[in-house]
Design a protein around this ligand. Sequence first.
Ligand code: VG1
Ligand code: CO
Length: 544
Amino acid sequence: MSIITIKTQPFNDQKPGTSGLRKGVTVFQQPHYLENFVQSIFNSLEGLTGKTLVLGGDGRYYNREAIQIILKMAAANGVGRILVGLKGILSTPAASVMIRKNQAYGGIILSASHNPGGINGDFGIKYNISNGGPAPEKVTEAIFAQTKSITQYQILESGDINLDHVSSFKLGTMDVEVIDSVIPYLELMESLFDFDLIKNMLLNGNFTMCMDSLHAVTGPYAKAIFEGKLGAKTGTVINGVPLEDFGGGHPDPNLVYAKSLVDVLFSDNAPDFGAASDGDGDRNMILGRNFFVNPSDSLAVMTANAHLVKGYKEGLKGVARSMPTSGAVDRVATKLGINCYETPTGWKFFGNLLDADKATICGEESFGTSSNHIREKDGLWAVLFWLNILAVRGESVEQIVKSHWQEYGRNFYSRHDYEEVATEGANELVNHVNSQFETLKGKQFGNYTVAYVDNFSYTDPVDGSITTNQGIRIVFTDNSRIIIRLSGTGTKGATLRVYLESYEPDVSKQNLDTQEALGELITIAEEIAHIKKFTRRDVPTVIT
Ligand code: VG1
Ligand code: CO
Protein backbone atom coordinates (compact mmCIF):
# COMPACT_ATOMS: atom_id res chain seq x y z
CA MET A 1 0.00 0.00 0.00
CA SER A 2 1.47 3.33 -0.95
CA ILE A 3 0.41 6.92 -0.46
CA ILE A 4 -0.14 8.78 -3.69
CA THR A 5 -0.43 12.49 -4.28
CA ILE A 6 -3.07 13.62 -6.74
CA LYS A 7 -2.97 17.02 -8.42
CA THR A 8 -6.21 18.99 -8.23
CA GLN A 9 -7.68 22.45 -8.70
CA PRO A 10 -9.93 24.39 -6.36
CA PHE A 11 -13.73 24.37 -6.73
CA ASN A 12 -15.12 27.79 -6.00
CA ASP A 13 -18.30 26.64 -4.25
CA GLN A 14 -17.10 24.79 -1.17
CA LYS A 15 -18.21 27.28 1.47
CA PRO A 16 -19.90 25.46 4.37
CA GLY A 17 -23.41 26.72 5.17
CA THR A 18 -25.52 26.58 8.34
CA SER A 19 -24.41 22.99 8.89
CA GLY A 20 -21.56 21.85 6.67
CA LEU A 21 -21.17 21.64 2.91
CA ARG A 22 -24.35 20.43 1.18
CA LYS A 23 -24.70 19.86 -2.53
CA GLY A 24 -26.41 17.52 -4.93
CA VAL A 25 -24.98 13.98 -5.00
CA THR A 26 -23.85 14.52 -8.58
CA VAL A 27 -21.82 17.56 -7.50
CA PHE A 28 -20.03 15.45 -4.89
CA GLN A 29 -19.46 12.69 -7.44
CA GLN A 30 -17.38 14.95 -9.70
CA PRO A 31 -13.74 13.89 -9.76
CA HIS A 32 -11.82 15.43 -6.82
CA TYR A 33 -14.83 17.28 -5.37
CA LEU A 34 -15.17 15.32 -2.13
CA GLU A 35 -11.41 14.76 -1.94
CA ASN A 36 -10.67 18.49 -2.19
CA PHE A 37 -12.98 19.26 0.72
CA VAL A 38 -11.67 16.42 2.87
CA GLN A 39 -8.05 17.40 2.22
CA SER A 40 -8.99 20.99 3.08
CA ILE A 41 -10.36 19.79 6.41
CA PHE A 42 -7.13 17.91 7.12
CA ASN A 43 -4.98 20.85 5.96
CA SER A 44 -6.78 23.21 8.32
CA LEU A 45 -6.32 21.00 11.38
CA GLU A 46 -3.17 21.34 13.40
CA GLY A 47 -1.55 18.35 15.04
CA LEU A 48 -3.78 15.74 13.44
CA THR A 49 -0.99 13.18 13.12
CA GLY A 50 -1.61 10.11 15.25
CA LYS A 51 -4.98 11.38 16.52
CA THR A 52 -8.39 9.66 16.60
CA LEU A 53 -11.28 10.69 14.35
CA VAL A 54 -14.89 9.51 14.22
CA LEU A 55 -16.52 8.92 10.83
CA GLY A 56 -20.02 8.02 9.71
CA GLY A 57 -23.16 9.31 8.12
CA ASP A 58 -26.92 9.16 7.82
CA GLY A 59 -26.81 6.26 5.37
CA ARG A 60 -27.91 8.22 2.35
CA TYR A 61 -26.83 7.46 -1.20
CA TYR A 62 -23.03 7.88 -1.63
CA ASN A 63 -22.41 7.45 2.12
CA ARG A 64 -20.46 4.20 1.72
CA GLU A 65 -18.39 5.38 -1.23
CA ALA A 66 -17.51 8.61 0.53
CA ILE A 67 -16.49 6.74 3.67
CA GLN A 68 -14.07 4.53 1.73
CA ILE A 69 -12.46 7.59 0.14
CA ILE A 70 -12.19 9.42 3.46
CA LEU A 71 -10.67 6.39 5.21
CA LYS A 72 -7.94 6.14 2.60
CA MET A 73 -7.28 9.87 2.71
CA ALA A 74 -7.16 9.86 6.52
CA ALA A 75 -4.62 7.03 6.44
CA ALA A 76 -2.52 8.99 3.93
CA ASN A 77 -2.73 12.11 6.09
CA GLY A 78 -1.32 10.50 9.20
CA VAL A 79 -4.50 10.02 11.24
CA GLY A 80 -3.78 7.43 13.95
CA ARG A 81 -7.15 5.81 14.40
CA ILE A 82 -10.63 6.09 12.93
CA LEU A 83 -13.83 4.91 14.56
CA VAL A 84 -16.32 4.32 11.78
CA GLY A 85 -20.02 3.53 12.20
CA LEU A 86 -21.22 0.01 11.42
CA LYS A 87 -22.44 -0.05 7.79
CA GLY A 88 -21.24 3.54 7.66
CA ILE A 89 -24.12 4.62 9.91
CA LEU A 90 -23.82 7.19 12.66
CA SER A 91 -26.68 9.50 13.52
CA THR A 92 -25.46 13.04 14.11
CA PRO A 93 -26.11 12.82 17.87
CA ALA A 94 -24.44 9.40 18.02
CA ALA A 95 -21.39 10.83 16.25
CA SER A 96 -21.25 13.49 18.93
CA VAL A 97 -21.49 10.79 21.61
CA MET A 98 -18.66 8.80 20.01
CA ILE A 99 -16.35 11.81 19.70
CA ARG A 100 -16.85 12.72 23.36
CA LYS A 101 -16.76 9.21 24.75
CA ASN A 102 -13.53 8.36 22.94
CA GLN A 103 -11.93 11.77 23.42
CA ALA A 104 -11.44 11.92 19.69
CA TYR A 105 -9.73 14.83 18.02
CA GLY A 106 -12.86 15.38 15.91
CA GLY A 107 -15.24 13.73 13.51
CA ILE A 108 -16.49 13.83 9.97
CA ILE A 109 -20.25 13.47 9.57
CA LEU A 110 -21.72 12.70 6.17
CA SER A 111 -25.22 14.07 6.03
CA ALA A 112 -27.51 16.47 4.27
CA SER A 113 -29.89 16.07 7.19
CA HIS A 114 -33.47 16.79 6.15
CA ASN A 115 -32.70 17.20 2.44
CA PRO A 116 -33.90 14.37 0.17
CA GLY A 117 -31.43 11.63 -0.73
CA GLY A 118 -30.85 9.24 -3.62
CA ILE A 119 -28.88 9.79 -6.79
CA ASN A 120 -30.86 12.92 -7.56
CA GLY A 121 -30.89 14.06 -3.96
CA ASP A 122 -28.35 15.79 -1.76
CA PHE A 123 -25.19 14.82 0.03
CA GLY A 124 -23.31 16.68 2.72
CA ILE A 125 -20.19 16.67 4.85
CA LYS A 126 -19.30 18.50 8.01
CA TYR A 127 -16.49 18.54 10.51
CA ASN A 128 -17.07 18.33 14.26
CA ILE A 129 -14.48 19.36 16.82
CA SER A 130 -13.28 17.57 19.94
CA ASN A 131 -16.23 18.68 22.09
CA GLY A 132 -18.44 16.65 19.72
CA GLY A 133 -20.08 19.71 18.21
CA PRO A 134 -20.14 21.30 14.78
CA ALA A 135 -17.02 23.29 13.96
CA PRO A 136 -17.40 26.95 14.88
CA GLU A 137 -17.16 29.60 12.18
CA LYS A 138 -13.45 30.22 12.57
CA VAL A 139 -12.82 26.53 11.77
CA THR A 140 -15.23 26.40 8.83
CA GLU A 141 -13.68 29.60 7.48
CA ALA A 142 -10.22 28.05 7.69
CA ILE A 143 -11.48 24.99 5.80
CA PHE A 144 -13.09 27.22 3.18
CA ALA A 145 -9.82 29.15 2.78
CA GLN A 146 -8.02 25.85 2.13
CA THR A 147 -10.57 24.85 -0.54
CA LYS A 148 -9.73 28.01 -2.46
CA SER A 149 -6.02 27.31 -2.76
CA ILE A 150 -5.78 23.52 -2.79
CA THR A 151 -3.45 22.04 -5.39
CA GLN A 152 -3.14 18.39 -4.33
CA TYR A 153 -4.40 15.71 -1.99
CA GLN A 154 -3.04 12.50 -0.49
CA ILE A 155 -4.72 9.13 -0.65
CA LEU A 156 -3.67 5.61 0.19
CA GLU A 157 -3.80 3.09 -2.61
CA SER A 158 -5.71 0.22 -1.06
CA GLY A 159 -8.80 -1.95 -1.25
CA ASP A 160 -12.06 -1.09 0.51
CA ILE A 161 -12.70 -1.83 4.17
CA ASN A 162 -15.63 -4.11 5.07
CA LEU A 163 -18.03 -1.94 7.06
CA ASP A 164 -20.68 -4.61 7.64
CA HIS A 165 -19.28 -6.17 10.81
CA VAL A 166 -17.94 -4.83 14.06
CA SER A 167 -14.20 -5.41 13.67
CA SER A 168 -10.78 -3.77 13.44
CA PHE A 169 -8.44 -3.30 10.51
CA LYS A 170 -5.17 -1.66 9.60
CA LEU A 171 -5.16 0.75 6.72
CA GLY A 172 -1.54 1.63 6.15
CA THR A 173 -0.42 2.61 9.62
CA MET A 174 -3.91 3.77 10.67
CA ASP A 175 -6.20 1.68 12.88
CA VAL A 176 -9.79 1.39 11.70
CA GLU A 177 -12.45 0.25 14.16
CA VAL A 178 -15.94 -0.46 12.87
CA ILE A 179 -18.24 0.28 15.80
CA ASP A 180 -21.92 -0.07 16.62
CA SER A 181 -22.94 3.25 18.15
CA VAL A 182 -26.41 2.09 19.21
CA ILE A 183 -25.21 0.71 22.56
CA PRO A 184 -23.25 3.75 23.79
CA TYR A 185 -26.07 5.99 22.63
CA LEU A 186 -28.65 3.90 24.48
CA GLU A 187 -26.52 3.86 27.62
CA LEU A 188 -26.24 7.63 27.61
CA MET A 189 -30.03 7.93 27.24
CA GLU A 190 -30.52 5.52 30.10
CA SER A 191 -28.35 7.68 32.33
CA LEU A 192 -30.54 10.73 31.63
CA PHE A 193 -34.07 9.36 31.69
CA ASP A 194 -36.10 7.21 34.03
CA PHE A 195 -36.46 4.15 31.80
CA ASP A 196 -38.40 2.16 34.43
CA LEU A 197 -41.02 4.85 34.71
CA ILE A 198 -41.34 5.18 30.93
CA LYS A 199 -41.48 1.40 30.59
CA ASN A 200 -44.33 1.19 33.10
CA MET A 201 -46.26 3.79 31.14
CA LEU A 202 -45.70 1.92 27.88
CA LEU A 203 -46.71 -1.42 29.40
CA ASN A 204 -49.69 -0.41 31.54
CA GLY A 205 -52.06 -0.61 28.59
CA ASN A 206 -53.26 3.00 28.82
CA PHE A 207 -50.63 4.60 26.66
CA THR A 208 -49.76 4.09 23.01
CA MET A 209 -47.13 5.73 20.86
CA CYS A 210 -45.77 5.78 17.35
CA MET A 211 -42.24 6.75 16.33
CA ASP A 212 -41.66 7.51 12.66
CA SER A 213 -38.02 7.29 11.59
CA LEU A 214 -38.93 8.34 8.05
CA HIS A 215 -36.68 5.61 6.56
CA ALA A 216 -33.72 7.53 7.89
CA VAL A 217 -30.95 7.02 10.39
CA THR A 218 -32.78 6.73 13.73
CA GLY A 219 -34.47 3.40 12.90
CA PRO A 220 -31.88 1.11 14.55
CA TYR A 221 -31.51 3.41 17.57
CA ALA A 222 -35.27 3.86 18.02
CA LYS A 223 -35.98 0.13 17.74
CA ALA A 224 -33.30 -0.70 20.30
CA ILE A 225 -34.58 1.92 22.72
CA PHE A 226 -38.38 1.83 22.38
CA GLU A 227 -39.11 -1.73 21.30
CA GLY A 228 -36.02 -3.32 22.85
CA LYS A 229 -35.24 -1.61 26.11
CA LEU A 230 -38.55 0.07 26.92
CA GLY A 231 -40.79 -2.79 25.88
CA ALA A 232 -43.04 -0.90 23.47
CA LYS A 233 -44.85 -3.26 21.15
CA THR A 234 -43.26 -4.30 17.87
CA GLY A 235 -44.31 -1.88 15.19
CA THR A 236 -44.09 1.15 17.48
CA VAL A 237 -41.21 2.34 15.31
CA ILE A 238 -42.37 2.80 11.75
CA ASN A 239 -40.21 3.33 8.66
CA GLY A 240 -37.38 2.06 10.81
CA VAL A 241 -35.02 0.69 8.18
CA PRO A 242 -32.61 3.35 6.88
CA LEU A 243 -32.83 3.57 3.10
CA GLU A 244 -30.37 5.29 0.78
CA ASP A 245 -33.13 7.42 -0.69
CA PHE A 246 -35.32 7.60 2.43
CA GLY A 247 -38.05 5.85 0.46
CA GLY A 248 -38.17 8.79 -1.92
CA GLY A 249 -39.42 11.23 0.73
CA HIS A 250 -38.05 14.29 2.46
CA PRO A 251 -36.70 12.99 5.78
CA ASP A 252 -37.92 16.19 7.41
CA PRO A 253 -40.18 15.82 10.45
CA ASN A 254 -42.74 18.54 9.89
CA LEU A 255 -46.45 18.73 9.15
CA VAL A 256 -45.92 18.47 5.41
CA TYR A 257 -43.15 15.88 4.99
CA ALA A 258 -44.23 13.66 7.88
CA LYS A 259 -47.87 13.89 6.88
CA SER A 260 -48.63 10.19 7.18
CA LEU A 261 -47.67 10.28 10.88
CA VAL A 262 -49.65 13.48 11.37
CA ASP A 263 -52.67 11.79 9.80
CA VAL A 264 -52.34 8.89 12.25
CA LEU A 265 -52.18 11.27 15.23
CA PHE A 266 -55.19 13.19 14.00
CA SER A 267 -57.30 10.11 13.27
CA ASP A 268 -60.12 8.69 15.43
CA ASN A 269 -58.00 5.94 16.95
CA ALA A 270 -54.93 8.07 17.38
CA PRO A 271 -52.18 6.97 19.76
CA ASP A 272 -51.41 9.18 22.77
CA PHE A 273 -48.05 10.21 21.49
CA GLY A 274 -46.30 10.48 18.14
CA ALA A 275 -42.82 11.56 17.16
CA ALA A 276 -40.60 11.71 14.11
CA SER A 277 -36.95 12.45 13.45
CA ASP A 278 -35.02 13.61 10.40
CA GLY A 279 -32.42 12.22 7.99
CA ASP A 280 -29.50 12.34 10.41
CA GLY A 281 -31.51 11.97 13.63
CA ASP A 282 -30.92 15.36 15.18
CA ARG A 283 -34.43 16.79 14.73
CA ASN A 284 -37.67 15.83 16.44
CA MET A 285 -41.36 16.47 15.93
CA ILE A 286 -43.65 15.90 18.90
CA LEU A 287 -47.35 15.18 18.53
CA GLY A 288 -50.07 14.36 21.00
CA ARG A 289 -53.43 12.84 20.17
CA ASN A 290 -54.95 15.37 17.78
CA PHE A 291 -52.32 17.87 18.82
CA PHE A 292 -49.16 19.33 17.28
CA VAL A 293 -46.49 20.74 19.56
CA ASN A 294 -44.76 23.68 17.98
CA PRO A 295 -40.98 23.20 18.43
CA SER A 296 -40.62 26.56 20.16
CA ASP A 297 -43.32 25.54 22.64
CA SER A 298 -41.65 22.16 23.01
CA LEU A 299 -38.42 23.86 24.10
CA ALA A 300 -40.32 25.96 26.64
CA VAL A 301 -42.30 23.02 28.03
CA MET A 302 -39.16 20.88 28.32
CA THR A 303 -37.36 23.67 30.15
CA ALA A 304 -40.28 24.23 32.53
CA ASN A 305 -40.51 20.50 33.29
CA ALA A 306 -36.83 19.62 33.32
CA HIS A 307 -36.80 19.26 37.10
CA LEU A 308 -39.11 16.23 36.67
CA VAL A 309 -36.58 14.45 34.49
CA LYS A 310 -33.87 12.31 36.10
CA GLY A 311 -30.82 13.81 34.39
CA TYR A 312 -31.94 17.43 34.93
CA LYS A 313 -33.51 17.43 38.37
CA GLU A 314 -30.63 19.43 39.83
CA GLY A 315 -31.82 22.36 37.72
CA LEU A 316 -30.56 24.13 34.63
CA LYS A 317 -27.58 26.46 34.39
CA GLY A 318 -29.24 28.42 31.63
CA VAL A 319 -31.00 27.96 28.31
CA ALA A 320 -30.32 29.12 24.79
CA ARG A 321 -32.41 29.47 21.68
CA SER A 322 -31.70 30.59 18.14
CA MET A 323 -32.89 34.09 17.35
CA PRO A 324 -35.91 33.10 15.21
CA THR A 325 -37.13 30.64 17.87
CA SER A 326 -40.08 32.06 19.79
CA GLY A 327 -39.63 33.79 23.12
CA ALA A 328 -41.73 31.17 24.94
CA VAL A 329 -38.63 29.72 26.59
CA ASP A 330 -37.49 33.19 27.69
CA ARG A 331 -40.56 33.42 29.93
CA VAL A 332 -39.71 30.11 31.55
CA ALA A 333 -36.10 31.19 32.06
CA THR A 334 -37.24 34.39 33.75
CA LYS A 335 -39.42 32.41 36.13
CA LEU A 336 -36.60 29.97 36.87
CA GLY A 337 -34.20 32.86 37.38
CA ILE A 338 -31.72 31.59 34.79
CA ASN A 339 -30.18 33.23 31.73
CA CYS A 340 -31.61 32.74 28.27
CA TYR A 341 -29.15 33.29 25.41
CA GLU A 342 -30.18 34.23 21.88
CA THR A 343 -27.88 32.89 19.17
CA PRO A 344 -27.80 32.84 15.37
CA THR A 345 -29.41 29.91 13.54
CA GLY A 346 -27.33 26.72 13.57
CA TRP A 347 -26.24 24.39 16.36
CA LYS A 348 -22.59 25.45 16.14
CA PHE A 349 -23.45 28.63 18.05
CA PHE A 350 -24.52 26.68 21.15
CA GLY A 351 -21.20 24.87 21.55
CA ASN A 352 -19.40 27.56 23.53
CA LEU A 353 -22.39 28.16 25.83
CA LEU A 354 -22.62 24.43 26.59
CA ASP A 355 -18.85 24.06 27.09
CA ALA A 356 -18.81 27.04 29.44
CA ASP A 357 -21.80 25.65 31.36
CA LYS A 358 -23.80 28.77 30.63
CA ALA A 359 -26.64 26.73 29.09
CA THR A 360 -27.94 23.26 29.86
CA ILE A 361 -30.75 23.00 27.30
CA CYS A 362 -30.75 24.58 23.84
CA GLY A 363 -33.28 24.66 21.05
CA GLU A 364 -34.26 25.91 17.64
CA GLU A 365 -37.66 26.47 16.08
CA SER A 366 -36.62 24.07 13.31
CA PHE A 367 -37.49 20.97 15.36
CA GLY A 368 -34.13 20.89 17.14
CA THR A 369 -33.57 20.47 20.87
CA SER A 370 -30.79 19.04 22.97
CA SER A 371 -28.74 19.52 26.11
CA ASN A 372 -25.23 19.46 27.47
CA HIS A 373 -25.13 15.63 27.24
CA ILE A 374 -23.64 16.09 23.74
CA ARG A 375 -22.91 19.00 21.41
CA GLU A 376 -25.47 18.33 18.69
CA LYS A 377 -29.20 18.47 18.67
CA ASP A 378 -30.71 15.12 19.45
CA GLY A 379 -34.01 13.84 18.08
CA LEU A 380 -34.52 10.69 20.17
CA TRP A 381 -33.29 12.48 23.30
CA ALA A 382 -36.15 14.96 22.87
CA VAL A 383 -38.65 12.13 22.38
CA LEU A 384 -37.44 10.44 25.58
CA PHE A 385 -37.53 13.76 27.42
CA TRP A 386 -41.19 14.14 26.50
CA LEU A 387 -41.98 10.53 27.42
CA ASN A 388 -40.31 11.07 30.78
CA ILE A 389 -42.42 14.17 31.42
CA LEU A 390 -45.59 12.35 30.33
CA ALA A 391 -44.77 9.41 32.60
CA VAL A 392 -44.26 11.67 35.61
CA ARG A 393 -47.24 13.95 35.05
CA GLY A 394 -49.71 11.39 33.76
CA GLU A 395 -51.43 14.04 31.65
CA SER A 396 -51.87 14.20 27.90
CA VAL A 397 -49.55 16.15 25.62
CA GLU A 398 -52.36 18.60 24.93
CA GLN A 399 -53.08 19.14 28.63
CA ILE A 400 -49.44 19.77 29.38
CA VAL A 401 -49.01 22.33 26.60
CA LYS A 402 -52.29 24.09 27.35
CA SER A 403 -51.57 24.38 31.03
CA HIS A 404 -48.17 25.78 30.06
CA TRP A 405 -49.90 28.48 27.99
CA GLN A 406 -52.19 29.20 30.88
CA GLU A 407 -49.27 29.79 33.17
CA TYR A 408 -46.93 31.65 30.84
CA GLY A 409 -49.17 32.96 28.07
CA ARG A 410 -48.99 31.62 24.54
CA ASN A 411 -46.43 32.70 21.97
CA PHE A 412 -48.27 32.12 18.72
CA TYR A 413 -45.58 31.08 16.30
CA SER A 414 -45.25 29.96 12.72
CA ARG A 415 -42.56 29.60 10.09
CA HIS A 416 -43.40 29.90 6.40
CA ASP A 417 -40.86 28.35 4.04
CA TYR A 418 -40.68 29.13 0.37
CA GLU A 419 -38.41 26.39 -0.86
CA GLU A 420 -36.29 26.43 -4.00
CA VAL A 421 -37.33 29.82 -5.30
CA ALA A 422 -35.17 31.75 -7.77
CA THR A 423 -32.04 33.10 -6.05
CA GLU A 424 -32.31 36.44 -7.81
CA GLY A 425 -35.86 37.07 -6.59
CA ALA A 426 -34.96 36.04 -3.05
CA ASN A 427 -32.01 38.45 -3.01
CA GLU A 428 -34.19 41.23 -4.41
CA LEU A 429 -36.70 40.59 -1.63
CA VAL A 430 -34.01 40.89 1.01
CA ASN A 431 -32.66 44.08 -0.60
CA HIS A 432 -36.17 45.49 -0.78
CA VAL A 433 -36.70 44.95 2.96
CA ASN A 434 -33.20 46.23 3.77
CA SER A 435 -33.98 49.45 1.94
CA GLN A 436 -36.89 50.11 4.33
CA PHE A 437 -34.95 49.92 7.60
CA GLU A 438 -35.19 53.67 8.21
CA THR A 439 -38.72 54.26 6.97
CA LEU A 440 -40.32 51.33 8.79
CA LYS A 441 -39.44 52.50 12.27
CA GLY A 442 -42.54 53.95 13.97
CA LYS A 443 -44.77 52.99 11.05
CA GLN A 444 -48.21 51.71 11.91
CA PHE A 445 -49.85 48.67 10.30
CA GLY A 446 -53.37 48.11 11.68
CA ASN A 447 -52.93 47.17 15.33
CA TYR A 448 -49.16 46.95 15.06
CA THR A 449 -46.50 49.67 15.23
CA VAL A 450 -42.92 48.95 14.25
CA ALA A 451 -40.58 49.45 17.20
CA TYR A 452 -37.36 48.71 15.34
CA VAL A 453 -35.88 46.88 12.39
CA ASP A 454 -32.40 45.41 12.36
CA ASN A 455 -30.25 42.64 11.03
CA PHE A 456 -29.36 40.29 13.86
CA SER A 457 -25.75 40.06 14.88
CA TYR A 458 -24.29 38.05 17.70
CA THR A 459 -21.30 38.46 19.95
CA ASP A 460 -20.36 35.16 21.48
CA PRO A 461 -20.23 35.74 25.25
CA VAL A 462 -17.47 33.14 25.63
CA ASP A 463 -14.92 33.90 22.92
CA GLY A 464 -16.12 37.32 21.79
CA SER A 465 -16.45 36.30 18.14
CA ILE A 466 -18.93 38.34 16.16
CA THR A 467 -21.36 36.97 13.57
CA THR A 468 -23.35 39.45 11.51
CA ASN A 469 -26.20 39.34 9.01
CA GLN A 470 -28.18 36.58 10.70
CA GLY A 471 -31.68 37.62 9.68
CA ILE A 472 -33.83 40.72 9.39
CA ARG A 473 -35.96 41.39 12.44
CA ILE A 474 -39.03 43.56 12.23
CA VAL A 475 -40.08 43.99 15.84
CA PHE A 476 -43.33 45.67 16.88
CA THR A 477 -44.02 47.67 20.01
CA ASP A 478 -45.82 44.71 21.65
CA ASN A 479 -42.77 42.49 20.91
CA SER A 480 -44.49 40.68 18.06
CA ARG A 481 -41.95 39.88 15.37
CA ILE A 482 -41.55 39.14 11.70
CA ILE A 483 -38.18 37.66 10.82
CA ILE A 484 -36.90 37.16 7.33
CA ARG A 485 -33.85 35.13 6.42
CA LEU A 486 -32.51 32.93 3.67
CA SER A 487 -31.70 29.31 4.39
CA GLY A 488 -28.10 28.16 4.56
CA THR A 489 -28.86 24.47 4.04
CA GLY A 490 -30.78 24.41 0.76
CA THR A 491 -29.01 23.29 -2.39
CA LYS A 492 -31.31 24.47 -5.17
CA GLY A 493 -32.01 28.15 -5.74
CA ALA A 494 -32.86 29.93 -2.50
CA THR A 495 -35.17 29.06 0.36
CA LEU A 496 -36.88 31.97 2.06
CA ARG A 497 -37.93 31.61 5.67
CA VAL A 498 -40.46 33.98 7.19
CA TYR A 499 -40.88 33.60 10.95
CA LEU A 500 -43.94 35.08 12.68
CA GLU A 501 -44.57 35.52 16.36
CA SER A 502 -47.10 37.21 18.62
CA TYR A 503 -47.95 36.84 22.29
CA GLU A 504 -51.34 36.07 23.84
CA PRO A 505 -51.67 36.17 27.63
CA ASP A 506 -55.49 35.91 27.53
CA VAL A 507 -56.42 32.25 28.06
CA SER A 508 -59.76 32.66 26.29
CA LYS A 509 -57.91 33.55 23.08
CA GLN A 510 -55.20 30.92 23.26
CA ASN A 511 -57.12 28.28 21.34
CA LEU A 512 -57.30 30.23 18.12
CA ASP A 513 -55.84 28.60 15.05
CA THR A 514 -52.20 29.70 14.74
CA GLN A 515 -52.48 31.00 11.18
CA GLU A 516 -55.59 32.93 12.17
CA ALA A 517 -53.95 34.40 15.24
CA LEU A 518 -50.99 35.47 13.12
CA GLY A 519 -53.18 36.56 10.19
CA GLU A 520 -52.52 40.25 10.55
CA LEU A 521 -48.75 39.74 10.83
CA ILE A 522 -48.83 37.51 7.74
CA THR A 523 -50.52 40.31 5.82
CA ILE A 524 -47.99 42.85 7.12
CA ALA A 525 -45.09 40.59 6.07
CA GLU A 526 -46.52 40.49 2.56
CA GLU A 527 -47.01 44.25 2.56
CA ILE A 528 -43.42 44.91 3.62
CA ALA A 529 -41.62 42.17 1.68
CA HIS A 530 -43.80 41.57 -1.41
CA ILE A 531 -43.23 37.86 -0.93
CA LYS A 532 -45.59 36.76 -3.69
CA LYS A 533 -44.00 39.05 -6.24
CA PHE A 534 -40.37 38.22 -5.44
CA THR A 535 -40.81 34.48 -4.93
CA ARG A 536 -43.46 34.06 -7.63
CA ARG A 537 -45.33 31.85 -5.18
CA ASP A 538 -48.83 32.36 -3.84
CA VAL A 539 -48.36 30.12 -0.83
CA PRO A 540 -45.46 28.78 1.22
CA THR A 541 -44.12 25.28 0.50
CA VAL A 542 -44.14 24.38 4.19
CA ILE A 543 -46.02 26.02 7.04
CA THR A 544 -45.00 25.09 10.55
C1 VG1 B 1 -31.90 24.90 9.05
C2 VG1 B 1 -32.60 25.32 10.32
C3 VG1 B 1 -31.60 25.50 11.43
C4 VG1 B 1 -30.81 24.20 11.61
C5 VG1 B 1 -30.17 23.82 10.29
C6 VG1 B 1 -29.46 22.49 10.36
O1 VG1 B 1 -31.00 25.91 8.64
O2 VG1 B 1 -33.34 26.50 10.11
O3 VG1 B 1 -32.28 25.87 12.60
O4 VG1 B 1 -29.82 24.35 12.58
O5 VG1 B 1 -31.18 23.71 9.28
O6 VG1 B 1 -30.32 21.49 10.75
P1 VG1 B 1 -31.33 26.95 7.48
O7 VG1 B 1 -30.08 27.75 7.28
O8 VG1 B 1 -31.75 26.15 6.29
O9 VG1 B 1 -32.47 27.77 7.99
V1 VG1 B 1 -30.10 19.94 10.15
O10 VG1 B 1 -31.15 18.94 11.00
O11 VG1 B 1 -30.36 20.25 8.52
O12 VG1 B 1 -28.51 19.60 10.41
CO1 CO C 1 -30.68 17.04 10.83
